[in-house]
Design a protein around this ligand. Sequence first.
Ligand code: BGC
Length: 715
Amino acid sequence: MSLRRSLAAVALATSLAAPAIAQDDTRLEALLARMTLDEKIGQLNLAAFSPLFERGDLEKGRIGAVLAVTKPGEIVDLQNAARRSRYGVPVLVGLDVVHGLRTIFPIGMAEAGSFDPELAKATARAAGREAAAIGINWTFAPMADLARDPRWGRMIEGFGEDPFLGRLFTRARVEGFHEAGLATSLKHFAGYGSALGGRDYDAGAIAPGDLYDSYLPPFRAGIQAGSESVMSAFLSLNGLPVSANPAMLTGILRQQWSYDGFVVSDWNSVGELLEHGVAADSAEATRKAILAGIDMDMYSGLYATHLAAEVEAGRVPEARVTEAARRVLRAKLRMGLFERPDPDTSRTDPAPPSPEARELARRAAQDSSVLLRNDGILPLPHGRRIAVIGELGASQRNLVGPHAAMVQFGDGAAILDGLRRSGQATVSYAQGCDVLCESDAGFAAAIQAAREADVVVAVLGESNEMSGEAASRARLTLPGRQGELLERLVETGKPVVLVILAGRPIELGPVVDRLGAVLMAWFPGTEGGNAIADLLLGDADPSAKLPVSWPRTIGQIPLTYDQAPTGRPHDPKNHYTLRYVDEEITPLFPFGFGKTYTQFALSETEVPQRRLTPADTLEIRATLRNTGSRPGREVVQLYVRQLHASRSRPARQLKAFEKVALAPGGASRLSLRVPVAELGFHLDDGSYVVEPGRYQVFVGTASDASLAGEFEVSR
Ligand code: BGC
């Protein structure tokens, strides 16, 4: 669509939507005007049914939202009870639908590696449809937090280390869920992934400029895509728990971004203000949370207990409560909740994965697995004897990863099953050891199986429980004695293909150089077993890239590709420059890296216009050729660095990319474009500047892309 036409379409959509918004506003204000203080507070309670709330509270209008109720019959009962309340306001029914409901798709971070936001939109839509079918109308997703520390187990839920990728994928996920009728909640606002030492729930520290430049843009993109809510983070950031921080919850969200959705706390994060040491009692925690900007209280019940008294004592203005209720009701009206039909109650569980969902899940897993190394062993020629080693190779359960909503393990197939079902190989299996791998008792049988095969597929890594919430790791190595097992397999002299299942990069050590191939499968989901078999056997081609930098060792963390330059960049000939005395300074695999089964070459790179103003668009042209003998897809990536500015700018930042499919011998002339307005940065007060000066542009197929040229921005 041309720009002119797309603008016309937006104008048309806006004019059609305007009367509906006005109608909703009138209805909203009429409703609010009739509500008592208690009824308004009722809208602010997100209840888990525990001693804190009972179902009878719905009819009394004391509950605005519920979570973790998943039986359609129960959901209809809850909605009917809410309809019997004075104004019949329906409830939001929330669940963590993060990367699937019953059909589980690859974890979010893996999908980010596809560099294909449309794919992430499609999987969110499919997950959302399964959820909507049972009556869920609100997902606690997407997670817009950057993942910059692989010790932090929750990195799996987000979209990797890069703010640009984070923006695109957060937006795509919000849109996908919306198309399925689910409201979204961008979490965890903000900086949750900065927890010190990667320890989930610990405090974090982020410099203001970095907060605006790196951590906030994915949230802003999700808000621009219309997310109905934002969830506040658990952590204390720069000395103040975010759930009590007015500068973040009101200053940034409301004053700077004019956000009109609602802010929900994380689970009991209002109650946790006591532990954080910023509230002497739960009444003060309530007061601080609502005054900071938390509209809805998840789980703690403190708004239900204290808010009315706080208002009556004059410590919380009633107008603040009214505004919070307005935001919640506005979301309910906008999403059409009052008119929404009930789910079909003839089923008690979500339906099994449909053929379409399975096909999408298989494609998503193929497109999210990253080929990190290949000495030519992959794809495996058909008819080989393959020894699959490792408990994870035979596990369906550990393909789905954490936060797998309503997964049913019988729905999937293990990698071993996928290889066997292909009918293209003779497949044997030996466990070697289980995931924790505390004993070497099974090593001998595994080595024997390896010796009898043509090739070993070692499926090693983490179980579901080793990442996700509250699953930080202090080591990044393969758990237990798995590393030893891998060494022993390599020593047989048989080619070893390592397939890694894990929620984070794994420290591989020197053995990596002796492996025939390494395929990072993350947690690939319900269809992961089939998809990995497809990739190993060449029935699908790998095309994913790393959404995070892959460290050589844990001591290198934090390690991201967009770090600030130093006064002493690494120089192997000069000791007094950036270095470790006992390790290389570079990652093992850089952000954006991933191999294919063919070869690509980039050439004829040009920067046609080298003098630009902030109103212009930077364009880079390059030709991509498939010089190999198989079809494949490559992600051409464009990075920019501003050479001189009023503060140090990152050594490079991803600003554009294009994923291109080419047949052998095929070529494509690409034009990558970046509005110069995207090249600026934030000052500490949140203001955004694009400074004139010299910039470098790098084009390649990973973040170590080579210099393509320079350009100058003037006012
Ligand atoms: C998590 C949130 C989640 C919530 C509800 C919390 O522990 O931090 O991400 O949405 O629980 O399940």
